[in-house]
Design a protein around this ligand. Structure first.
Ligand SMILES: *[C@@H]1O[C@H](CO)[C@@H](O)[C@H](O)[C@H]1NC(C)=O
Ligand SMILES: *[C@@H]1O[C@H](CO)[C@@H](O)[C@H](O)[C@H]1NC(C)=O
Ligand SMILES: *[C@@H]1O[C@H](CO)[C@@H](O)[C@H](O)[C@H]1NC(C)=O
Ligand SMILES: *[C@@H]1O[C@H](CO)[C@@H](O)[C@H](O)[C@H]1NC(C)=O
Ligand SMILES: *[C@@H]1O[C@H](CO)[C@@H](O)[C@H](O)[C@H]1NC(C)=O
Ligand SMILES: *[C@@H]1O[C@H](CO)[C@@H](O)[C@H](O)[C@H]1NC(C)=O
Ligand SMILES: *[C@@H]1O[C@H](CO)[C@@H](O)[C@H](O)[C@H]1NC(C)=O
Ligand SMILES: CC(=O)N[C@H]1CO[C@H](CO)[C@@H](O)[C@@H]1O
Length: 474
């Protein structure tokens, strides 16, 4: 409190400074949180000079979608499917002179249908799960709260086996996410083709080059920004994407600092003889970008031999003999015996394979529906950081933290069983934003004493045997 001695002018100056500091602080605190949200209301008095979308998406790493803002509409393009969408603020005039084939939507939308599971978690993460009013039952939905909605009929069940009903229902939607067959409808967004198989379509050609070449292909999380534009939830879209990416990068840096011999990891699958495979079995080693990137980012070595497709079990087994960790992507192989039998490994020779000796055989079916649908294609698609944490845990037991519970990667070699997702697992509300299940990374992982990687563990066993032999010989 200024004293009288300095006179009123000093007091006034102090007072003004205080006001200025207060205003600056207010601006710093208030502006980024409240002023940059787009309206959830329709406009009643249109003004062509108003920027109706003060919150804008910043596309950082995703390369296959783009967004351009105008005062009362935004042009969203999916470069993978060559689609362009004009999303205009409801209550303002629909834009004209748009590129040929542009699909026009008034936003924010209220009624949504999804035809592929991959879209569901993006919408739930944005907190708009309650706007999903119709779901294709041909997708095997894993989300507990959406299963509950299907079971209590608050969500309309559609199926292409009842094509008339499906078409009628979809025509009433503001937007339909993901269906090649419905692509001609003017309310359909063909989104899943990219999101679900992100990175799968682009086979690695120069795997020895800078890992950054591949990094962009795992930007599945950033597609939450694409979805957010239909709901005027750009603010949330940016935040969710930034949070997943920051945590992903933190986990990647921490994994790079783990001490130990980097294990060799191979992602493989078996195709049984069938009418689709010309009655010939085959064994494949995957070299697609996002698996390569996940493996490298987990601090392990991606196994990418020159030959990746095998027509005999013998050649396949010879190739993977020295692999430390297997991720088996074969659709049906619930148990260790199933995996070994698919690979052609007999009990007598099993222990000669490092991944068998290491007990390191993982499958992507750790969370399933009752019918066997994999959550790997649903919630894992957006939460890239949680997927990375799972791979780190598979490759470096005891990391990212002691007692970490993997979500999707299930170790069949240790007899782990799948967690089943049902409507009973819906404990909150379908409107509560779905949260990222990832381990929250805060820097380097705590150092572990003793063996760290599965490979180091193998080495540890060999050391023990050597010690035992030395004792016997002594
Ligand atoms: C757009 O489509 C119309 C009708 O098919 C055609 O006449 C016009 O030339 C097209 N414009 C461009 C820029 O392709
Ligand atoms: C039906 O399921 C929906 C979606 O999970 C939920 O919001 C709603 O409360 C449920 N209704 C009843 C009556 O349980
Ligand atoms: C199609 O669905 C509608 C609405 O649920 C139902 O009334 C009709 O019986 C169904 N048709 C067939 C062939 O299942
Ligand atoms: C599709 O476009 C036509 C013509 O503009 C319009 O009459 C129809 O209502 C639109 N359908 C949907 C589902 O938006
Ligand atoms: C893979 O192919 C490259 C180029 O043909 C060759 O240089 C390399 O030796 C091969 N690697 C193995 C393990 O056969
Ligand atoms: C290996 O042994 C287990 C039990 O010891 C048996 O169930 C399984 O069928 C055997 N697998 C093969 C391929 O012989
Ligand atoms: C669902 O809840 C049951 C019972 O608590 C639990 O056993 C199961 O693992 C849960 N499923 C998932 C996917 O967490
Ligand atoms: C996961 C990832 O690579 N995220 C990057 C996306 O782009 C921003 C801005 O360029 C980077 O800071 C992130 O590291």
């Amino acid at each position: 409190m200024p004293v009288n001695f300095y006179g009123l002018s000093v007091y006034r100056q102090f007072y003004m400074q205080t006001i200025c500091v207060f205003l600056v602080l207010t601006a710093l605190i208030v502006v980024p949180t409240s002023a940059q949200q787009n309206s959830q209301q329709c406009v009643t008095t249109y003004n062509a000079q108003t920027d109706y979308f003060p919150a804008k998406i910043h596309v950082d790493n995703a390369t296959l979608f783009a967004i351009q803002y105008f005062n009362n509409y935004k042009l969203v393009s999916n470069k993978m499917t060559n689609e362009i969408f004009a999303l205009y603020q409801c209550g303002t005039p629909a834009p004209t002179n748009l590129p040929n084939g542009t699909k026009v939507f008034a936003v924010p939308v209220a009624k949504v249908a999804t035809l592929q599971t991959s879209s569901n978690t993006y919408l739930e993460a944005l907190g708009v799960g309650a706007k999903i009013v119709a779901l294709s039952v041909e997708q095997d939905v894993s989300s507990p709260c959406l299963q509950k909605g299907l079971a209590n009929n608050s969500i309309i069940q559609i199926s292409s086996s009842n094509a008339t009903f499906m078409a009628q229902t979809l025509a009433q939607m503001d937007v339909v996410f993901g269906s090649p067959s419905a692509s001609t409808s003017n309310n359909t967004v063909l989104v899943f083709l990219f999101v679900r198989f992100s990175g799968e379509t682009l086979h690695c050609v120069n795997r020895d080059n800078d890992i950054n070449v591949f990094r962009r292909n795992i930007q599945r999380a950033e597609w939450v920004e694409f979805y957010s534009t239909w709901f005027n939830l750009e603010d949330s879209g940016n935040k969710i994407s930034a949070s997943i990416n920051d945590n992903y990068n933190c986990l990647r840096r921490a994994a790079a600092n783990i001490n130990g011999n980097k294990p060799i990891v191979s992602w493989v699958s078996y195709s049984a003889p069938s009418e689709y495979t010309n009655n010939t079995p085959s064994w494949d080693i995957s070299t697609v970008n996002f698996k390569m990137q996940l493996t490298a980012d987990a601090g392990a070595i991606f196994f990418a031999p020159n030959t990746t497709k095998f027509s005999t079990s013998k050649d396949f087994l010879a190739a993977i003999q020295n692999v430390d960790v297997i991720i088996d992507e074969t659709y049906l192989a619930p148990t260790l015996n199933d995996v070994l039998s698919n690979f052609g490994i007999t009990n007598a020779t099993a222990s000669t394979y490092r991944f068998v000796a290491n007990q390191a055989i993982f499958r992507e079916d750790g969370i399933q529906t009752v019918a066997g649908g994999r959550d790997w294609y649903e919630s894992a698609v957006i939460f890239d950081d949680a997927v990375l944490a799972d791979v780190i845990a598979a490759v470096w037991p005891g990391y990212p933290t002691t007692g970490y519970q993997r979500s999707w990667l299930r170790n069949v070699a240790k007899g782990e069983t799948p967690k089943i997702s049902t409507a009973a697992n819906c404990t909150g509300s379908v409107s509560t934003p779905r949260t990222d299940p990832a381990f929250a990374c805060s820097g380097n992982f705590a150092a572990k004493s003793g063996a760290s990687s599965v490979q180091a563990f193998g080495g540890f066993v060999v050391t023990l045997m050597a010690v035992a032999a030395a004792v016997l010989m002594a």
